[in-house]
Design a protein around this ligand. Structure first.
Ligand code: ADP
Ligand code: MG
Length: 252
C-alpha cells in the first residue's frame, strides 16, 4: 500500500431497496491525480461519488480517505463521528451550486472554516478573499449569489469547497447545469486547481476536452461497474468496449 493514495474505494456496492446501482467498484486515486468518471445517466457515477464522503452509506465495501478507512453497511455513534472526520478531508461541488442564498459570496466561502474554528476571523476572511481571487471573483465578495451568473456561482461553490483545505475534491457534473458559454470559465478554474495546486480530484463529467487536457485517467461506468479505464488520449481514441465507443460517439 502506497501512502500516496488519497482515496481508495474497495468492493463498493450500493443498493436502494432491491435496486443495486453500484455493483463492485474498486478505485484508487493518488495524490495530485485527476480522475474523470463518465458514463450513461443512471450508471451509478453520482452514487459512487456520494459514497466517498458517506452522503450515501455503502451497502458493502470500504472507503479510505487520507489513511482513514471506513466500512459501509452499519451505523453506530462512533461511525457517525468518523464520517464527520472523514468529510473534513473531502470537498464536493454539485451540479446545482447549492450556495446559501441569504449570505454574501464571501460568507458562503468562509462559513465552514468559521464554524470549524479554522483560525481567527481575520485570517479566515483573508483566506476567503484569496480563494475568491483564485476563482476570479475577488470583486464579487459582497454580492449575493442571485446576482451572479451560473458560472460565477459555480466558481464560488468551488472556492467554498476549497476553504476547508480538502485532500480531495469531488465534482459531480459541475458544468451540466450551465449555459454552454459559461462552462469554459468553470472548467478553466478546475484546470488551475490541478496545475497550480496539484489538487487531487474525482470529476464526473462528459466534457471530453477537459478529460483529455487535464485528467490523468478516466473510468467508464456501465451498470454500476467500471467497464474500462485508461489514459484519456488512449481511451478516447481506442475504447476497448462497444458500450464505451457508443457513448463516446454520442458525446464527442
Ligand atoms: P448517474 O450519476 O450515473 O446518473 P446515479 O448514481 O445518480 O447515476 O443513479 C444510479 C441509479 O440509482 C439510478 O437508477 C437512480 O435512479 C438510482 N438512485 C440514485 N439515488 C437514489 C436514491 N436516493 N433512492 C433510490 N434510487 C436512487
Ligand atoms: Mg449523476
Amino acid at each position: 500500500m502506497s501512502d500516496d493514495v488519497v482515496v481508495r474505494i474497495e468492493g463498493l456496492h450500493k443498493s436502494f431497496g432491491h435496486l443495486e446501482v453500484v455493483r463492485g467498484v474498486d478505485m484508487e486515486v493518488r495524490r495530485g491525480e485527476v480522475v474523470v468518471i463518465f458514463g450513461r445517466s443512471g450508471s451509478g457515477k453520482s452514487t459512487v461519488l456520494r459514497c466517498v464522503n458517506f452522503i450515501e452509506d455503502p451497502t458493502a465495501g470500504s472507503i479510505e480517505v487520507s489513511g482513514m478507512r471506513l466500512e459501509g453497511g452499519y451505523r453506530t455513534r462512533r461511525k457517525r463521528e468518523q464520517v464527520r472526520q472523514l468529510r473534513l478531508h473531502v470537498g464536493m461541488v454539485f451540479q446545482q451550486f447549492n450556495l446559501f442564498p441569504n449570505m454574501t459570496v464571501l460568507d458562503n466561502v468562509t462559513c465552514a472554516p468559521r464554524c470549524a474554528g479554522k483560525g481567527s476571523n481575520d485570517e479566515i476572511k483573508k483566506r476567503g478573499l484569496e480563494l475568491l481571487e483564485r476563482v476570479g471573483l475577488a470583486d464579487k465578495s459582497a454580492e449575493h449569489p442571485i446576482r451572479l451568473s451560473g458560472g460565477q456561482q459555480q466558481r464560488v461553490a468551488i472556492a467554498r469547497a476549497l476553504a476547508m483545505e480538502p485532500d480531495v475534491m469531488l465534482f459531480d457534473e459541475p458544468t451540466s447545469a450551465l449555459d454552454p458559454e459559461l462552462t469554459g470559465e468553470v472548467l478553466s478554474v478546475m484546470k488551475t486547481l490541478s496545475t497550480d495546486l496539484h489538487m487531487t480530484m474525482m470529476v464526473v463529467t462528459h466534457e471530453m476536452g477537459f478529460a483529455r487536457e487535464v485528467a490523468d485517467r478516466m473510468a467508464f461506468f456501465h451498470h454500476g461497474k467500471i467497464l474500462e479505464e485508461g489514459v484519456p488520449s488512449e481511451l478516447i481514441a481506442a475504447p476497448q468496449h462497444r458500450e464505451t465507443s457508443a457513448f463516446l460517439d454520442a458525446v464527442l
